[in-house]
Design a protein around this ligand. Structure first.
Ligand SMILES: *Cc1c(COP(=O)(O)O)cnc(C)c1O
Length: 388
């Protein structure tokens, strides 16, 4: 009986154990647990990997977003354009700073924030005045745009950056699922906007042994601001011109991530290979009218943190696959504008039809690099059996 978990981190650990354990030993021997040599080295290595001048290691992807917003002085009275079809932290961090998440719908093919929807929102609901963009309905300042590179595929950064430039909006990229992702022109994500935010949650392509994250920044002053806010805004230590937080990354996590980073491109290629195998096998099984495979934008590099299909009778298919020992997940079942905690924003069902449809129709299949051909064949055969 073939079983296929959604993700099997033990298979990955087996590959790197012999290299990781001495690194952990070494950090323990040094008893240097906070912002040490591994953190500094990791920051340099990851900044280079992302094609960005500066890297600032932080405590999680969520904290990367929070810190980015804080460094750009986004707070009460500000509004941030973003997608309602994403992990909670995208809008959660905006709201925690008393700014307002300003949702715009997604592109139906890529599930990423639609530049057309963003431009339409600005044209229909905003007024430009003294170089400031105002939301006429709320009176708020539209200050920033936070695209998400969902599932590991770049948002349409060409069009979104053009909108940002036109309206003087700051850009924070939620690249939590997208380390090494490339836009169609070959540029790595996290290097487009003012700040890029990455997560090393264990299930991301580059996963720590716990929580960790990273901010990338193009501007040296902004990078320094992020570093200061990471340690409570103290500069020098114990003198606080502004309020920051504890957003530090652990030295142990940095040591683990440095080992894993050397494997990342190999793992990503494994995910991409599996995605292609799925695409081909699903088409060959004649499932094209029941299952839509995730279209990868031409020229880009999709890193497939998730391989997400759109399918008929999604919930039934999911139950069927569970019965056949195949792990799946729904990312995400409730779009953020319909979350209870965002009731105060006044949205209702029907406001963002593409996001709502995606929440009902999408299903993530196992795509981790260590999947073997038999497992992959079992997934596709089971899907075919369900629809036959
Ligand atoms: C994982 C994720 C985050 C949050 O990262 P954590 O490290 O879990 O805090 C934010 N945004 C998106 C899109 C994510 O997938």
């Amino acid at each position: 009986m073939t079983t296929v978990p959604l993700l099997d981190l033990k298979a990955q650990y087996a590959q790197i154990r012999a290299e990781v354990m001495p690194m952990i030993e070494q950090v323990c021997a040094s008893q240097q647990f906070i912002l040490g040599e591994h953190v500094r080295a990791l920051e340099t290595e990851l900044a280079r990997y992302c094609g960005s001048p500066h890297g600032i290691g932080v405590s999680s992807g969520t904290d990367a977003l929070l810190l980015a917003l804080m460094a750009l002085h986004i707070g009460a009275g500000d509004e941030v354009l973003t997608s309602p079809f994403t992990f909670f932290a995208t809008a959660g961090t905006i709201a925690r700073l008393n700014a307002r998440p300003l949702f715009c719908d997604i592109d139906s093919a890529t599930f990423n924030l639609s530049p057309i929807a963003v431009q339409q929102f600005i044209d229909q609901h905003c007024t430009e005045h003294d170089g400031l963009l105002r939301n006429r309905t709320t009176g708020g300042r539209v200050s920033a745009i936070m695209p998400v590179h969902l599932y590991g595929q770049s948002a349409d950064m060409g069009a979104l950056m053009a909108i940002a430039r036109r309206h003087k909006l700051k850009v924070i990229e939620d690249a939590a699922q997208a380390i090494g992702t490339e836009y169609s022109d070959g540029t790595r994500v996290g290097s487009f906007g003012d700040i890029g935010c990455f997560s090393f949650f264990p299930s991301k392509n580059l996963g720590a042994f716990g929580d960790a994250g990273l901010c990338t920044a193009g501007d040296a002053e902004l990078a320094e601001h992020l570093r200061v806010l990471r340690v409570h805004g103290g500069k020098p230590k114990y003198y606080h011109p502004e309020i920051g937080g504890n957003f530090r990354i652990d030295e142990l996590q940095a040591a683990v991530l440095r080992v894993k980073l050397r494997y990342l491109d190999g793992w990503t290629e494994g995910r991409r290979r599996n995605a292609t195998l799925y695409d081909t096998a699903i088409a060959k099984a004649g499932l094209g009218d029941k299952v839509r495979t995730p279209p990868a934008s031409a020229g880009g590099r999709h890193i497939y943190n998730q391989y997400v299909i759109r399918c008929e009778r999604r919930d039934e298919l999911r139950r069927f696959l569970t019965e056949h020992s195949i792990g799946t997940e729904i990312y995400y079942p409730v779009p953020l504008h319909l979350q209870q905690c965002f009731e105060y924003l006044g949205h209702r069902a029907g406001d963002y039809p593409e996001s709502e449809r995606a929440a009902l129709e999408t299903l993530a299949l196992p795509v981790y690099p260590e999947l073997d051909r038999a497992q992959l064949a079992h997934v596709v055969a089971s899907i075919a059996k369900f629809y036959s």
